[in-house]
Design a binder for this molecule. Structure first.
Ligand code: HEC
Length: 311
């Protein structure tokens, strides 16, 4: 009697083990590289550059050596500017990660191979654009330094500050500050759609490093947060102290990302600010103290640029 159960048990066990072995053997044979980059993927990899996580060109995660995205009013499109010494994006070294069609277009029409000749350390600076091929409707990367003779320093100097976005440095802050402990960048294939917007597609991730999906939510998903709330001022107040705009928020304040001076070069007196804020919370003052505008090169500015780019 007992022997029969033993036989059934061992067969079920064999089936489960065999099944999991098949998954182990066959799953890696899906070629992820067959995913073709979408325009979103190209934008993400060109804005964040080689790597927005820990890497040797930014060992202390200061957001240094990152590209910037510049809005070109005359062209009606973005340029991705890599100042001299900023490591080239992933697609330059590994164009096959773009997916076959986008790789071909970027190589032929976009002259991407010429960027690879410069070496990944990028001694002269580089400017990239994203174009759409009229026939195939596929996006591709144009190496504008070769195709149009654009120089990184010139494009940067010609741009007004409000058209320059430090998204790459901001993503480093997102990773460094652990925003992903509380926020996902991944609306799920459930009712999540109705609240947080469309989930991403496979091709949205080509060349992105790191992805920063997050795994746990204590706050809202942020993949499309810039579409729900495009107010730079709200973001500024919320990062300085979330309780200014959401009285019961559990989000920590990130005021230290402001550094020591504000946009006018004035020293920020954090002790005074907190004393005034405490007085406001205690009802001794009708309004909270003003939040300093972050300096151009502050980490707070970069983080806000990144968050507002999440459309
Ligand atoms: C301890 C968890 C926690 C951490 C860490 C955290 N947040 Fe939040 N965040 C929240 C919660 C909860 C909310 C909702 C309440 C609020 O708006 O403050 C929120 C709201 C937000 C919103 C507004 C979302 C919307 O839908 O309008 C943004 C933007 C945001 N957080 C960005 C960040 C960024 C960027 C970081 C990292 C620098 C971060 N958060 C770190 C918990 C967190």
């Amino acid at each position: 009697m007992a022997f029969r159960e033993y036989k059934i048990g061992s067969r079920v066990f064999g089936l489960a083990l065999g099944g999991s072995m098949c998954i182990t053997l066959f799953f890696p044979s899906f070629n992820m590289r067959e995913a073709v980059s979408t325009e979103i993927a190209l934008d993400k990899q060109l804005t964040t550059g080689w790597d927005a996580g820990w890497n040797l060109s930014d060992p202390f995660m200061q957001g240094s050596n990152k590209p910037v995205r510049v809005w070109l009013e005359s062209e009606g499109q973005y340029a991705y500017v890599y100042p001299a010494g900023t490591r080239m994006p992933n697609a330059v070294q590994h164009p096959d990660n773009l997916g076959a069609i986008v790789e071909k277009l970027s190589m032929e029409k976009g002259q991407l191979a010429k960027a690879a000749e410069k070496g990944r350390s990028n001694p002269d600076g580089a400017v990239f654009l994203i174009d759409i091929d009229q026939d195939s409707k596929q996006p591709y990367i144009e190496y504008a330094t070769a195709t149009r003779g654009w120089n990184a320093a010139d494009v940067l100097n010609a741009a007004a500050d409000e058209n320059v976005q430090h998204i790459g440095a901001g993503k480093s802050m997102f990773v460094r500050e652990g925003c992903w402990w509380c926020h996902t960048l991944l609306p799920e294939q459930t009712q999540d759609w109705q609240v947080f917007g469309a989930p991403p597609m496979l091709g949205d991730f080509n060349g992105e490093s790191p992805t920063a999906f997050g795994s746990d939510r204590k706050g809202p998903d942020l993949l499309h947060v810039g579409s729900r709330n495009a107010s730079r001022e709200w973001m500024m107040l919320h990062f300085f102290n979330p309780r200014l705009v959401q009285p019961h928020s559990i989000m920590p304040r990130f005021d230290y990302l402001w550094g020591s001076v504000d946009a006018d070069g004035q020293k920020i007196d954090f002790d005074k600010w907190r004393a005034d804020y405490t007085a406001y919370r205690a009802g001794q003052s009708p309004v909270p103290p003003d939040v300093p505008v972050p300096a151009k090169d502050s980490k707070a500015r970069a983080l806000i640029d990144f968050v507002l780019s999440l459309k």
